[in-house]
Design a protein around this ligand. Structure first.
Ligand code: ZN
Ligand code: FE
Length: 254
């Protein structure tokens, strides 16, 4: 079993410390900074064996080089973007399996936010680390990809089991919920999730991880092919990619 620790860093990033208790293997997912990760390792008495990067942005790889110097860890990241991942040792891509001690993650290529973005799915532990591709009630901005690429990336993640916990890299959920309600104001599942999000944020509690089943029911970016959502947007029978692009466009201006 994996033990997953959430470390809030910068203004709204999450770094995850993923620890396999049997083998003592321990990975930091998207270490934006080194110091908070080193502090957590000291506190827990753990040794870092790996860094898992989802994409090249500074708020995901900023701690790579210092952590590698301090711990000798191996850095795993997207093959398609290897030249932009500082210190990369192991390149992975679609369909690859990455072993962390006795646990194993399947890798998905999920381009859209960046060209080489990947996600790590630990099936046995029902945990998905998806960086800035899928957020709780949202998705990443399209910096290096097309709406079609991002829609295809999101639908590949949507197919994972409903009890998958979605460990995204930012606490953006409250704004995402408020936006989602402008798209689908009558979505009962969304209203219920949004209410829980408001309660948790009022107490300064994290809303991440979320559950894939809730994302499928409430996240507008996973629902571009839903007849209910299309009706709510006045886009009945439109192509899902066009609906997705319109939602993304509205969110960019929200
Ligand atoms: Zn990013
Ligand atoms: Fe980010």
């Amino acid at each position: 079993m994996l033990h997953i620790q959430q470390i809030p860093v910068l203004s709204d990033n999450y770094v995850y410390l993923v620890h396999d208790e049997e083998s003592a293997a321990c990975a930091a997912v998207d270490p934006a900074e080194a110091e908070p990760v080193l502090a957590a390792l000291r506190e827990e008495g753990l040794t870092l064996s790996h860094i898992l990067n989802t994409h090249h942005h500074g708020d995901h790889v900023g701690g790579n080089e210092r952590l590698k110097v301090e711990t000798g860890c191996a850095i795993v990241g997207p093959r398609a973007d290897a030249s932009r991942i500082p210190g990369i040792d192991v390149e992975v891509g679609e369909g690859d399996e990455f072993r962390l001690g006795n646990a194993s993650a399947r890798v998905f290529d999920v381009p859209g936010h960046t060209r080489g973005h990947i996600a790590y799915w630990f099936e046995g532990d029902k945990a998905l680390f998806c960086g800035d591709t899928l957020f709780a009630l949202g998705c990443g901005r399209l910096f290096e990809g097309t709406p079609r690429e991002m829609w295809e990336s999101l639908t590949s993640l949507r197919n994972l089991p409903g009890d998958t916990r979605v460990y995204c890299a930012h606490e953006y959920t409250q704004t995402n919920a408020r936006f989602a309600l402008t798209v689908e104001p009558d979505n009962e599942a969304l209203k219920a999730v949004a209410e829980r999000v408001e309660v948790r944020r009022a107490k300064n509690l994290p809303t991440v991880p979320s559950l894939m089943a809730d994302e499928v029911a409430a996240n507008p970016f996973l629902r571009a092919d839903s007849p209910e959502l299309q009706r709510a947007m006045g886009m009945e029978n439109a192509d899902a990619v066009d609906v997705f692009a319109e939602i993304r466009h509205r969110k960019d201006a929200f």
